[in-house]
Structures are given as structure tokens and as C-alpha cells.
Design a binder for this molecule. Sequence first.
Ligand SMILES: C[C@@H](O)C(=O)SC[C@H](NC(=O)CC[C@H](N)C(=O)O)C(=O)NCC(=O)O
Ligand code: NI
Length: 126
Amino acid sequence: MRILHTMLRVGNLQRSIDFYTQVLGMTLLRTSDNPDYKYTLAFVGYGSNPDHAELELTYNWGVEQYDMGTAYGHIALGVPDAYAACEKIRLAGGNITREPGPVKGGSTVIAFVTDPDGYKVELIQR
Ligand SMILES: C[C@@H](O)C(=O)SC[C@H](NC(=O)CC[C@H](N)C(=O)O)C(=O)NCC(=O)O
Ligand code: NI
């Protein structure tokens, strides 16, 4: 088996596409409309399946907000320099919600950015 994608329900598809492409540097890989079930999908990533796992952004027509609950954690991205990545994200209008630095109790440098719906994305320096 292999990981193909992670699905996130989003309240505004273009807002999310803009974030993942313009702020995090991903590519909009494809979209698909499902008029019968009133939803649209947008797949974003740093490449396509099978070589790259993708994010499946799911927009349910007319649903602009979700109860985020307490269970979701984060999606992690690998970066060569978390400090530089955070500066670039800030300049692109992204919201850094945890400054880069060693993880508590460890030495790996991490940071967090929050996407437009409030989903956390971890940046891991490696
Ligand atoms: C393309 C593939 O990766 C999918 O995940 S589509 C599967 C389909 N998704 C939805 O219906 C999304 C909208 C839904 N209202 C939601 O918010 O999850 C799905 O889950 N189909 C159910 C089925 O039994 O086919
Ligand atoms: Ni899916």
C-alpha cells in the first residue's frame, strides 16, 4: 500500500487553492466537479501520485465553515530551512502560528502555519 492523499474539507476552494499554491508553493494538479452530489475536489501537491502524496481539498457546495473539533493534528512538510521557509510564507501572506525552533524536548527544528480553514501545517527542517 502507499499513501495517495489526505482529504480536507474547506469552506472556500479558491481561497485554499491560493494558500497551498501561492503560500506553500504547491501545484494545482487537477480539479473535479460532482454536480450530482454537489461537491468539487481540488488536488494539490509538490507532484502527482504515485511519486507524491497529494492533498484533496473538498468543497461541499454552500458549506463555508466546519466544526474543526479537537482531533485533527497537522499535515507535515519537509523543508531544508524552517526559518527561511517561515519568512517566505510570511511574505506571501501566510500565518505562522508557531515560530521556528527546536521541538519541545528535542532538537528537530519545526514551525507551524495555519491554513485559511484553521488546519495546521507543520514545517519540519530536514
Ligand atoms: C476522488 C476520491 O479521492 C474521493 O475521495 S471522492 C469520494 C467521495 N467524496 C465525497 O463525497 C466528498 C463530499 C462529501 N459530502 C464529503 O464531505 O465527504 C465520497 O466520499 N463518496 C462516498 C461514497 O460512498 O462513494
Ligand atoms: Ni479521496
